[in-house]
Design a protein around this ligand. Structure first.
Ligand code: DHB
Ligand code: FE
Length: 288
């Protein structure tokens, strides 16, 4: 059977991808950040899964205002990097896992989540930047990736509670897939940032760090936090952090198992005009 082995949490700041694409990671502005990523990359090279379910938001690159699905699941064999206005990133296409997508769709929809199913869609920096952060610049990504899109761009956005419950439903789905697969669930976006308006450049380090603490130790409590607090404390784009609750909801302690093991945490300010966070939780329940 398939199993959820870990959850990974990551900002998806486009400038981090640009720094890698242009070979600028050793420049003083970026060197400390990329040094901070090293332990996560080492862990990942020892713990590469078969499939990543990558939770992120499209930034009006694939979905415009003509369609605003709250939760949309990628069903394809392949996803091209999106052209976000300056050409697609020079990174490999994302290879999907259609059989697991089909099973996820069946199980999660029967579990009362009305997912939108997407058979053809490009993936923007929300998906490709976390892959670059974790895997560097390979010829091909080392595992299959199933994109799961969450709307945090056009209000109303889903609640933290709904995101946590979706993570639980994903775990139940993975655990009923017959193939022997190691699956990770990644939550991306954040940390605090606001890209426009009078508060552009807002960063709230105490709130960000309290968010990570609470996500690890009290996910149910964090799931009860209203979106208004995210926007007030973490900026208009800080609402992306609700997507971390999907990944947290897929950990075994929320299905009656033991607490996950924190193997890595990073908090760095700034990258571009954004606070950057990274967290890895191993699922202790999944250990053989
Ligand atoms: C930026 C864009 C993002 O989508 C994000 O999550 C963080 C930063 C940016 O344009 O700087
Ligand atoms: Fe974003």
């Amino acid at each position: 059977m398939a199993r959820v082995t870990a959850s990974v949490y990551s900002s998806h700041v486009p400038a981090i991808g640009v720094a890698m694409d242009l070979g600028k990671t050793d420049e003083p502005a970026y060197q400390p950040l990329f040094a901070g990523y090293e332990p996560a990359r080492e862990w990942m090279s020892d713990n590469t899964p078969d499939v990543v379910i990558l939770v992120f938001n499209d930034h009006a690159n694939a979905f415009g205002l003509q369609m605003v699905p709250t939760f949309a699941l990628g069903m394809s064999a392949e996803y091209e990097p999106a052209d976000e206005g300056w050409g697609p990133r020079p990174v490999p296409a994302v290879v999907g896992h259609p059989a697991l997508s089909a099973h996820l769709a069946h199980s999660v929809i029967q579990d009362d989540f009305d997912l939108t199913l997407v058979n053809e869609i490009p993936v923007d920096h929300g998906c490709t930047v976390p892959l670059s952060i974790m895997f560097g610049q390979p010829e091909a990504w080392p595992c299959a990736v199933i994109p799961l899109f969450v709307n945090v761009v056009q209000y109303p956005v889903p609640s933290g509670r709904r995101c946590l419950e979706l993570g639980r439903a994903i775990r139940r789905a993975v655990e009923t897939f017959d193939d022997d697969l190691d699956v990770q669930v990644w939550g991306t976006g954040g940390m605090s940032h606001q890209l426009q308006g009078p508060r552009a450049g807002l960063i709230n380090q105490p709130w960000d760090n309290a968010f990570i603490d609470r996500l690890v130790e009290d996910p149910e409590g964090q799931a009860a936090v209203n979106h208004v607090e995210y926007v007030r404390e973490a900026g208009s784009e800080g609402i992306e952090l609700v997507m971390w609750l999907v990944a947290r909801g897929a950990m075994g302690d929320l299905a009656g198992g033991v607490a996950p093991t924190e193997v890595h945490r990073l908090y760095h300010v700034p990258a571009s005009n954004t606070a950057v966070g990274q967290l890895i939780l191993e699922d202790a329940s999944a250990r053989p």
